[in-house]
Design a binder for this molecule. Structure first.
Ligand code: NAI
Length: 335
């Protein structure tokens, strides 16, 4: 029988995930939705044949909802994830898990006390084919030990509400999780450099920024976050190993040769760049619920990302290299 999913927060990505669950993935469909924008959500509920709930809590409590997807605004994630744990229900929460490390820790503690992994965080880079191939080469040590990573996260433009800290909290958060997963190593320190700025930015946003992370074994990562690069959505990850180098290719299905040029296009946005990764993320989430064992990014991963982001913020303000220290990982999350 299909899993019956409830979605809390039916804005942009909530609606994309509903489409994905109802029309792209197998084994689940959306039976319930909730959003504070009642008018819009009621219409949507009618359109997709789901039930509308006045509150996320009521949706979670319904015995006819097997698992929950949280795609509401960031500050509401923690309350709904804790509520789902209270009802012993699987919950997929879009990043960030909570708006601060204390909130993430409360979720980890609740899950540990409940004794079962129920939470998956929406770090979908882990499901991108390019990252998966990089991980295989790194894990097999095919090119020897990884030594250095050169990465970039570039957006064509951002709006005026996007300010300096968001380069870490909204943007670099994806690399912070994906690179730690790729290397299977925690970070030990971070430095943030604020270089010469683009004239396309505004006074509340320092753009670009450079984040320099160091891992436990001494691997150095330089990550450029440049959110007004003008030319497209561009993700880079070059892994330099002892006997070779491996890097991400921008996925492309066609190539143009004309007027003396030979080129492929750059993705315009994150939706098109990572479309397949989102589909894979949800298909595997459904499989893992059916198998009663979550395999994706955990609440602990959400907590570690949050601690790392706090250190990035301190490093940006101070200009210094800042140590990243983690509590010991609860046995529930140890492989
Ligand atoms: P959005 O603003 O389009 O949608 C959020 C929806 O949540 C709105 O419809 C709003 O009315 C609703 N909402 C707010 N408070 C609520 C509450 N207490 N209960 C129920 N509904 C509530 O935002 P968007 O872009 O869809 O982002 C949603 C979440 O997804 C954010 O946390 C964002 O960080 C995350 N996200 C993750 C991405 C990824 O790549 N993994 C990409 C885009 C967003």
């Amino acid at each position: 029988m299909d899993l019956r999913i409830g979605v809390i927060g039916t804005g942009a990505i909530g609606q994309e995930h509903i489409q994905r669950l109802n029309h792209k993935t197998q084994g689940a469909h959306v039976v319930a939705i909730s959003d504070i924008n009642k008018e819009k959500a009621t219409l949507l509920a009618k359109e997709i044949g789901a039930k509308f709930y006045e509150t996320g809590e009521a949706l979670i409590a319904d015995p006819e909802v097997d698992a929950v997807v949280v795609t509401s605004w960031d500050p509401t994630h923690e309350q709904y994830v804790l509520e789902a744990i209270k009802h012993n229900k699987y919950v997929f929460c879009e990043k960030p898990l909570a708006t601060d490390s204390e909130g993430c820790r409360r979720i980890v503690d609740a899950e540990v006390a409940n004794g079962k992994k129920l939470v998956q965080v929406g770090f979908m880079r882990r499901y991108d084919r390019g990252y998966m191939e990089l991980k295989e080469v790194i894990e097999n040590r095919q090119l020897g030990e990884p030594l250095l990573l050169h990465c970039a996260h570039r957006n064509p433009t951002v709006d005026k509400n996007y300010e300096t800290p968001m380069a870490i909290i909204n943007t670099a958060i994806h690399e912070i999780d994906a690179l730690r997963w790729l290397l299977q190593e925690d970070y030990v320190s971070v430095q943030v450099i604020l270089p010469k700025q683009t004239s396309y930015t505004h006074e509340k946003l320092h753009d670009p920024q450079m984040v320099i992370l160091e891992t436990k074994s001494g691997i150095h990562i330089d990550l450029e976050v440049f959110v007004n690069c003008q030319f497209g959505y561009d993700i880079k990850c070059v892994v330099v190993c002892e006997t070779g180098e491996i890097s991400l290719e921008d996925p492309s299905y066609t190539r143009v040769k004309a007027k003396g040029k030979d080129y492929t296009t750059v993705s315009p946005d994150w939706q098109s760049r990572f479309m397949d990764a989102y589909d894979e993320e949800f298909q595997l989430w459904i499989h893992s619920i059916q198998a009663d064992a979550i395999t994706g990014p955990t609440a602990w991963d959400g907590y570690v990302a949050s601690i790392t982001m706090v250190a990035c913020g301190v490093a940006r303000e101070s200009g210094e290299r800042v140590a990243i220290s983690l509590d010991s990982c609860p046995t529930l999350y140890q492989a």
